[in-house]
Design a protein around this ligand. Structure first.
Ligand SMILES: [Zn+2]
Length: 285
């Protein structure tokens, strides 16, 4: 089936199988890293109270929100279904929950979900976002760590403290994106909101050589979807599901709601700032 036809089916909401070809190209490979999320602040479950004031209808923006990974098995698709949690659950299950929660939030902007069951492979996601009329590309994942680090952590007494360096959220952008500055600002804004809401930034990736540009867990990485999307684009790693203690927290609906609310709040702040920049003569690239 042609890509055009696949896109038409997606846009029409047709859930029928789209015969997407597999590829050995790079995907978002988590070298899965754990993080310890929350200090359990009860600050902002009520999104209406915590989000910035609503934007005007005339400037309403569209965020296309992809759940990381696909549900269909593609034999040549390395890591196509993502990480496996400490208790054996596939990552896309966690990703879908956050995307669903996020897309019932949004104040002054519109979020369109693309869940893993749509089976849109990563190579086609930038074009799908474009066809859907996205102003922002957002993809949600859950994290893990390198195999050797996981193997090491799994030996010996299992305590939260043992896993604490492999826990928390991170937000990723690509400085080679066509809208690099905006992507960076979006990543910083979402990460700041997550941190302010009590979630812990994940610094693990910095310890294994990734480029962290903010202590709030913001990373610059040359990932396909972040580089090739022609609009501001970020990936949010919501938490570390291979950390058994963090996974328990991430399974809770309340945690999923708090994460979604924080991401929505970051988006709202970003759009509010964008409007201010435009009013003050800010020139977008
Ligand atoms: Zn993933």
């Amino acid at each position: 089936m042609s890509l055009r036809r696949s896109l038409e089916m997606l846009i029409l909401g047709t859930a029928a199988a789209v015969g997407l070809s597999s590829s050995s190209a790079e995907e978002w490979q988590h070298e899965e890293i754990p993080f310890f999320i929350y200090e359990r602040k009860e600050s902002s479950i009520d999104s209406d109270k915590s989000l910035p004031s609503k934007l005007e209808e005339s400037v309403q923006k569209k965020v296309v929100v992809f759940a990381g990974h696909i549900t269909k098995s593609l034999s040549k698709m390395k890591n196509g279904r993502g990480a496996i949690s400490a208790s054996g659950i596939k990552e896309y299950e966690f990703n879908n929950r956050i995307v669903e929660q996020l897309c019932i939030r949004g104040s002054g902007f519109y979020c369109e979900p693309v869940l893993s069951g749509k089976n849109i492979i990563f190579q086609e996601r930038p074009e799908v976002a474009s066809k859907l009329g996205a102003d922002i590309y957002l993809e949600v994942h859950h994290d893990s760590a390198r195999s050797r680090d996981l193997d090491s952590l799994r030996k010996g007494p299992q305590t939260p403290d043992r896993w604490k360096n492999l826990s928390g959220f991170s937000v990723w952008f690509c400085s080679r994106n066509a809208c690099a500055k905006e992507s960076e600002r979006l990543a910083l804004t979402i990460a700041e909101r997550l941190a302010n809401d009590g979630f812990k930034p994940n610094h693990y990736h910095a310890t294994i050589g990734k480029k962290m540009i903010s202590k709030n867990g913001v990373y610059d990485a040359d990932l396909y979807v972040l580089r090739e999307t022609r609009i501001p684009a970020v990936i949010v790693e919501a938490g570390v599901i291979t950390n058994p203690f963090e996974e328990r927290v991430l399974k809770e609906k309340g945690t999923q709601e708090r994460l979604a609310n924080a991401i929505a709040g970051g988006l709202a702040t970003y759009f509010t700032q964008e409007k201010e920049y435009q009013q003050n003569g800010y020139q977008q690239k």
